[in-house]
Design a protein. Sequence first.
Length: 224
Amino acid sequence: MRFLRFVSILTLISLTPVAHAAAATPDYVPISDEALTDDLLQAGYRNGDMPALRMIEVDGCLLERDAAYTLSLMLEAARADGIDLEAQECYRSYSSQAAAYERRCPVEEEEITKPDPVTGEAVVVGVKKSRSCSGPPLALPGRSNHGWGRAVDFGNGRRVLSCSDVAVDWLQENAAGFGWVHPDWAHCGRATREPWHWEWGGVTEALPLPPVLRSFSGADTRVR
């Protein structure tokens, strides 16, 4: 949680002017059809333990800086088209992913019995432990692309998106232009469908320099 406190004191001040120009003519092309993570692995980062200086907060959602930049452009474009689209959940630390997994897939115990050779009554001889999951599938801690800060769960301000929402249609038509992709397993029509879950697949063109951030002390710093 240390880096969350650090990022919370920073204010994004330079995305809005750029967003209007770039959102009008998005021309990025995703590198991957799922979250791009090779560059983060090569840099030695760990899932769920991303450093503060690699992260940027956009509309209250914390993301890896490259994903954050294009997300800001995409949200601006959606608003310009009259689409209700909000980033409801973004980066998850390892501990928050582990806590979510424990809630969704708690360990359940089942007694193992066998008949007593004398009385014939069932006698407990052991306990079998297993996890029982409910709700949509949830990645194991350290395996979720939310842990890289390159996945977003979108909503409309009241709930996560459903397959019938116009915002999903808009994303399917426009998200790739900002480097965002809907992984195959999450498509509508699949048993594992998650219309709200989208990932940053990278872009084929170099992104502009990260935005300048200003702390409460007034000192400007550039994220590296």
